[in-house]
Every structure is written in C-alpha cells, then in structure tokens.
Design a protein around this ligand. Structure first.
Ligand SMILES: Nc1ncnc2c1ncn2[C@@H]1O[C@H](COP(=O)(O)OP(=O)(O)OP(=O)(O)O)[C@@H](O)[C@H]1O
Ligand SMILES: [Mg+2]
Length: 385
C-alpha cells in the first residue's frame, strides 16, 4: 500500500482560502490582527504606507525558519491551543483554530513580504506572489516580532475606508491585552474599546445581564427607567433591580424545536456550555409617553447603538458584528406588536432598542463552530438553541 499526499497549486489555495473566503477586506485585516494577538503582541500596527502598500507590524513571538516550514507553510492545521498568559499577565484565549487565516493576505494584496524574528534566533524573510514562495535568512532584523508588507493592494484604502476599518475593528475586537494602531499619513489612531461600562441612566435605561448554565438562564436587570413617582403605583415592586431564573426548555414550548423532546434538548443545552450576555436597553420617548408611563428620561446622555455582537473571547464572529438581527428580535416584535401599555405585557423589545454583546468561549462552547469559510457559525442544533 502506498500513502499519498495532495499536492496543491499555491495560486488556487490563495484564491479559495483568501480572496473568496472573506466577505470584505476589513474582515481579512482582522484575521491578521488575530494572528498578532495569538502570539502575544502588545501592539499591532496597521500602516498604510502609500496607495499600494500596507504594513502589518507586531511585537509578538515572531517566527524562525522552522516555524515557517512547519506552521506557516502547513495548511489546515493550527498549532494553537486554548489560552496563555502574556507578558503583562493578561490571559489570552488564542483565536486561531483552523490553520487557514493567513490566506487573508491574498485577499489584500498580490505580493507579500514577511519579515520575522524570534528571540535568540536569526531573522527571516518569506516572500510570495502566490505562485512561488521563497525563504531567506535576514540578519538585519533586530527585534522579535513580525512585519508583513502587502504590496499591490487590491483595494483602494481611501481615508474614509480607513476610518471604516477603525470602526470595524472597534466592534470586532473586544479586549485590551493588545492595542491596535492605525497609521496613514496624518492619520494615527488607536482602536478604542467599543462598549463602555453599562451605566443605567447614563448610557442605557437598563443593563441586562444574562448567564446560561445547563438549560437555566439567570437574568439580572439594573434599571433606571422610571421616575420615583412610579413607586406609588407598585409599592411592592423594586423598580431598579429585577432578578429571575428561567428554565429555557419552558420557553421553547410551542416552538418547532420542542418536538425533539425535553430530554434531547436538555442534553444539548448541557453540551452548549456556559455563556453570558451583557445588554444595554434603551429607547427615546416622546414627552407625552414620558408623562404617561412615568419614564425618568426622554433620552439618555449617551447611547450604545451597534446591535448585539457575538464574541468568542476577544474577537467577534463573522456575520455577528451587530449588523444583522441574528437574535430575531425584529421578527419577534412584529409577531407581537402590542404597545408597552398593553395589559397582557405582550410588548416585545425592538431590535433597535437593544445593543450589547453575547460572550462565548473557545473551549466552553466548543459545539458552536465557525464555518471554515469564515462567514458565520454552523447553524447546528446548539446554534438554534
Ligand atoms: N503574526 C504572526 N506572528 C507569528 N506567527 C504567526 C503570525 N501569523 C501567523 N503565524 C503562524 O502561522 C500559523 C498560521 O496562521 P493562520 O492564521 O493561517 O492559522 P491559525 O491562526 O493557526 O488558525 P486560523 O485559521 O483559525 O486563524 C499560525 O498558527 C502561527 O504559527
Ligand atoms: Mg489565525
């Protein structure tokens, strides 16, 4: 018997895993940012040198010749694990898992030079035009880290587009362990943390915290929605805090998924693992409604309006960056269009009234898997639940 290995056309792989795998160039840049995060960089610099060149520079662990041959040139197998502690004592969960992310480079540009150096090792330079790749030693590199030069950029990175990139990275990266700095001529900005600390009355009317564990949802609401006059009408109710425990299976009654039976669903919910969410509830009201419902504010001073983002540890998952109403809040409220004053309490939160994030973990929620093509999640039973 003979064992066989595929031999692959480099340009085909670059086209398939790079050019066609990303819905936009911002998502491709994010892949390279993730790679810098995964090797412990404290800063990654995205430097638009001129119209045709982008440099991505990190001060992470770097690579030597061995790493290039063993990992960089090995497709479809990631050498990454779960987490590690970086030099500033932050725990980082490595974003990499599939071993294909670097092909984002081929989406961005036609020629690549990668300079890299590991501590105590010789520097290297790797080059490709996506047909042929070469590796050389480079003794001129002094510090550890990696600098990727992308030439012949496919996209026109106008100042507007660069600002859009900043906004995209702000939403898709949710950690402070590594800083992202974007430079282009006069432009020089660090990407900010998107979500502020929830402060009811300041940036939301209510902060809703959800935690899931084994089919139970633990809900806490911290609210500053109603004026003190409201207490007169419901003296037994705490209008500032509300806690509740919900058995998720009960919520599924009448839903198509419930036909699978409680036993099966219960075991799927166990497998789904623990996760949490932190939501900002907000709405602008008319003066009339403010008086009628005893709301405390017409509007809050600040607002967080980005939809609900799904993060797996430090990074959001493609297609869940808050643009799409993936929780189906709009559908739910259209089915139940009652006004807030409806006596049955059938009013539903609208999609434009809630933002915030759901947080899942690489290990804990392993059943929620990214699609290989980076366009979202596998919509399996765990996803539906
Ligand atoms: N900036 C970097 N510094 C050091 N090593 C890097 C860097 N970028 C990539 N690598 C190495 O190249 C390998 C391939 O990266 P790639 O992004 O393709 O895969 P991955 O991160 O392991 O998985 P995923 O496809 O989920 O991103 C990485 O596992 C890592 O060893
Ligand atoms: Mg990666």
């Amino acid at each position: 018997m003979e064992y066989l290995k595929y031999s692959i056309e480099d340009s085909t792989i670059a086209e398939l895993l790079g050019v066609q795998n990303f819905s936009n160039d911002e998502a491709a840049v994010l892949e390279l940012v993730k790679n810098a995060y995964d090797v412990g960089a404290s800063v990654v610099k995205l430097e638009f040198v001129d119209k045709t060149t982008l440099k991505i520079i990190d001060d992470g662990d770097g690579m030597d010749s061995e790493d290039i041959k063993k990992h960089w040139m090995h497709i479809g197998k990631s050498n990454k694990g779960y987490n590690f502690i970086d030099t500033n004592n932050n725990v980082r969960v490595q974003a990499g898992a599939k071993g294909v992310g670097r092909f984002a480079l081929s989406r961005l540009g036609k020629n690549i030079q990668l300079y890299s150096k590991k501590e105590q090792k010789d520097g290297i330079v790797w080059k490709t035009d996506w047909n042929k790749s070469t590796l050389d030693l480079d003794s001129s590199i002094d510090n550890k880290g990696t600098c990727i030069v992308i030439n012949n950029l496919r996209e026109k990175w106008t100042p507007k587009r660069i600002e859009k990139l900043n906004e995209y990275l702000e939403k898709t990266y949710n950690d402070t362990a590594m800083k992202i700095r974007i430079i282009a001529n006069e432009y020089d900005k660090f990407v900010k943390l998107h979500f502020p600390k929830p402060e009811p009355g300041k940036n939301c009317r209510a902060n809703i915290i959800l935690k899931h564990n084994k089919g139970m949802l633990y809900v806490s609401v911290f609210s500053d929605e109603f004026s003190n006059d409201a207490i007169k009408y419901c003296p037994e109710v705490d209008i500032k805090t509300y806690n509740s425990e919900i058995n998720i299976l009960d919520e599924f009654e009448g839903n198509e998924i419930y036909e699978r039976g409680r036993k099966e669903l219960s075991s799927e919910l166990d497998k789904l693992g623990e996760f949490s969410a932190n939501l900002f509830f907000n709405l602008n009201v008319t003066k009339h409604d403010k008086e009628k419902f005893l709301y405390k504010y017409l509007s809050t001073d600040e607002s967080v309006d980005s939809g609900v983002i799904l993060y797996r540890n430090a990074f959001s998952i493609s297609s869940f960056e808050g643009e799409k109403d993936w929780l189906g809040l709009g559908k739910r409220s259209r089915k139940s269009p009652a006004a807030a004053s409806h006596p049955t309490g059938a009013w539903r939160v609208r999609e434009n009234q809630v933002s915030g994030y759901v947080l899942i973990d690489k290990q804990q929620n392993i059943v929620l898997q990214d699609l290989m093509n980076r366009q979202g999640l596998d919509e399996n039973i765990s996803y539906q639940l």
